[in-house]
Design a protein around this ligand. Sequence first.
Ligand SMILES: CC(C)(COP(=O)(O)OP(=O)(O)OC[C@H]1O[C@@H](n2cnc3c(N)ncnc32)[C@H](O)[C@@H]1OP(=O)(O)O)[C@@H](O)C(=O)NCCC(=O)NCCS
Length: 164
Amino acid sequence: MPHPINSSPHYIRSASIEDLEAIISLDMDSNPHPWGKNLIKDALMTRQNWVIESYDEQGSIIVSAWLTASVLFEQSELELIVVGRAFRRQGLAKELMTHWFDAIKLQNIGREQPVSECLLEVRESNLGAIALYKSLGFELMGRRKNYYQSEQGNEAALLFNLTI
Ligand SMILES: CC(C)(COP(=O)(O)OP(=O)(O)OC[C@H]1O[C@@H](n2cnc3c(N)ncnc32)[C@H](O)[C@@H]1OP(=O)(O)O)[C@@H](O)C(=O)NCCC(=O)NCCS
């Protein structure tokens, strides 16, 4: 069931392989380091995925944001969050991240090994995403030097975690 976000015209729902084309287009337009079809397809088939649907300028419903995360034992790792350029700074990423935490807590009920920690890695230059994660309580736990390729050569990955 899609969940309306407060009183705004945005809805969160689980994503499936049927969203592949819409997510490819979101990734191509709004991810500075696009994943491409194969990685997105793999994520939709093997990980947990949620999207937000919003109205575009023409009044059509489109996928405006996507979050994909994996679960391994007591940890859930954010693989990617992307919000469409036209929909940024409206709280959509925060809503998706909060939805991810809520889903984990719900899935923990009855789990032998409940998920107790959320993890993520982010490029050191991605100040917007870092501000988002800190605003949600994530704490810096490490730095991997030269982890990502960048236009300037390489850049470090920052590792964040949050106990839930
Ligand atoms: C990072 C990203 C997901 C943020 O999405 P968003 O929907 O605009 O974020 P929100 O509106 O929920 O922001 C919540 C808070 O995070 C912080 N924040 C988000 N983007 C920011 C930016 N560009 N600069 C500074 N702070 C930012 C702010 O504290 C913001 O609260 P405020 O708007 O009240 O100041 C989006 O910019 C994006 O898709 N970037 C490209 C893909 C990417 O880099 N993904 C992360 C790597 S996995």
